[in-house]
Design a protein around this ligand. Sequence first.
Ligand SMILES: Nc1ncnc2c1ncn2[C@@H]1O[C@H](COP(=O)(O)OP(=O)(O)O)[C@@H](O)[C@H]1O
Ligand SMILES: [Mg+2]
Length: 258
Amino acid sequence: MAHVIGLCMQKGGVGKTTTTLNLGAAMAARGHKVLLIDIDPQANLTQGLGLDPADLEYSIYEVLLNIEAGTAFATQTISAGLDIIPSTLALAGAELELAGKVGRELLLRKALRAARSVYDYILIDPPPSLGLFTLNTMAAADTVLVPLQVHAYALKAMPQLEATIDLVRDLNPPLTIGGIVCTLVDRRTNLSQAVERQIRSTYGDLVFTTTIPMNTKLAEAPAAGESIRMYAPSSAGAVAYEALAEELEARYGSEKEA
Ligand SMILES: Nc1ncnc2c1ncn2[C@@H]1O[C@H](COP(=O)(O)OP(=O)(O)O)[C@@H](O)[C@H]1O
Ligand SMILES: [Mg+2]
């Protein structure tokens, strides 16, 4: 059965999409079968892997509106072991279309039933808000992986996320924070070092040893439609995501369930 991981943080620009894409690509390169799910109408993950949201036949939008159909019909293969359910702007309308529907927070969870037995890891990338798509992500996930941008107010972002997870436990009782990864780290500054120390002393073993540095190659790669390990394999960003993948594997087990 797949480990289903939601990349959640209510703030934008913290590295959710970058981490979903590059951690997913690194896990696939380690031999895991990985499904990435873009459930953000901005479709950054979709575009970052070289797909044009305007050209899609099917996307996460159709998945949410036809949950009995499963996910395979909307899934595209990017490279060996790496699949994606892409997103498109049409998804923005789904929030309203589904407004009156009972159980609308559980659509993704239900749609993923079959996919769970196909993949080793399913990584879900929601928008930077606490709306319907983030709720669907948290309801579908086994664990939340938190990208925490290392800046002065980093720790202030956590209580709101923890409160949301508590609320979502009504829908998904076993949901926990499975890990925190420090992102956009600039170790040259004293502030960055101090904040990272504070995060580690507060959250202990939940915080991955690996940190993701600020690295311009990571910002450039999406425009090329490539993961960092394709775009700049020896960059600090690529090295960091390889290390994070190794840690994730150690945390969740490396045995592949075919
Ligand atoms: N470690 C990093 N170094 C440099 N740029 C980064 C890094 N992580 C993300 N970025 C860039 O910062 C912006 C926001 O990142 P993104 O992953 O899209 O955040 P989110 O999905 O949380 O909104 C993007 O332009 C991305 O390319
Ligand atoms: Mg994003």
